[in-house]
Design a protein around this ligand. Sequence first.
Ligand SMILES: Cc1ncc(COP(=O)(O)O)c(C=O)c1O
Length: 394
Amino acid sequence: MKLSKRVESLPPYLFVEIIKKIAEKKARGEEVISFAIGDPDFPTPPHIIERLCQAAQDPANHRYPESDSLPELRRAVADWYQRRFGISFDPDKEVLPLIGSKEGIAHIAFCFIDSDDIVLVPDPGYPVYSVSTMLANGEPYYLPLREEEDFLPNLNTIPDHILKKAKLLWLNYPNNPTSAVADLDFFNEVVKFAKHHDLVVCHDGPYTEVAFDDYQPVSFMQADGAREVGVEFHSLSKTYNMTGWRIGMAVGNATAIDALKRLKSNLDSGIPQAIQYAAIEALTASQDCIQEHNAIYQRRRDLIVEMLNSIGLKARPPKASLYIWARVPEGYTSMDFTTDLLEKVGVAITPGIGYGKNGEGYVRLSLTIPDASLVKGLSRLSGWRSTRRRLVKE
Ligand SMILES: Cc1ncc(COP(=O)(O)O)c(C=O)c1O
């Protein structure tokens, strides 16, 4: 069977090698403690599940949903943005629910990219931005995110010949994997830059609600003129522990939202309606669960950062996101260090190189590790220090 060049050229899944090694360890009966995956370990809050079960019992929700979703859901999204960020959106023209934000992030490339168009993509970054670009026959141009620049892209260094062909700019704050945050000044500059160079800005913001120490991330859509140049993707996955239900949304520029709606109506048949009702419940009911979970993530963050620094990694406590982005000890690549931890002490983390060339020298640890495993994981990390000392002595 001959596959398309498009599929043949897909890069291997980021964690393939690590997953293979973990599986081998488990097959030998060894327990692996994983800090690798950014999937909340708490269940979806009970009031959301109750609404889902109730809606699942209603035959009206057993049929095809509308591809642009229930008007009540679009309204709930608009109201949520108004309450959280003080921005108003027209629920009919500026809001589009998605089958998880990843789905919309992947599909929007097909709305804007023709052959050989360039897409500006952060490096390190969530791999879907570049993969979807390539699937749409576009070409990613990588914007390095450097620690000395607070992991914000330096837009002024993009060469003119690239900007001439560039159609779309991806941004993601609070950032995966670096956990960096952006402020409104930065986003205001981005809007000016996008207007000047006729770029569509796609801001991916699934982590705006996972924040610590009273820090409140901003939305790109709060920037002056943001709605003229772009859209924001958001998700219920991390905010309400709903990764398994697959629901997110895009908000912003009406032309972009309409294009995505048109594309999607030809590809999928919408979000199962019971899940839409669960999402309405999540967005409109008490938001207390967010603070409760953030308090737990914050405690874990502090324990992990302290341990990492004590064994020779350089890690700073993030203000937001589910991740700690730490510099590996000297003498290791991110892959060497990840492999060493896995083999010596059975701890899985994610090598920074998996997120792009500029992720080299770093590893990512996720805060979504249940407390019991966290305690074991920390003790194993501490044990790794002694394996290292032994090696140094030998
Ligand atoms: C930066 C980023 N964007 C988007 C997503 C996708 O989230 P969703 O579950 O809404 O598809 C993730 C998931 O990990 C992510 O890290």
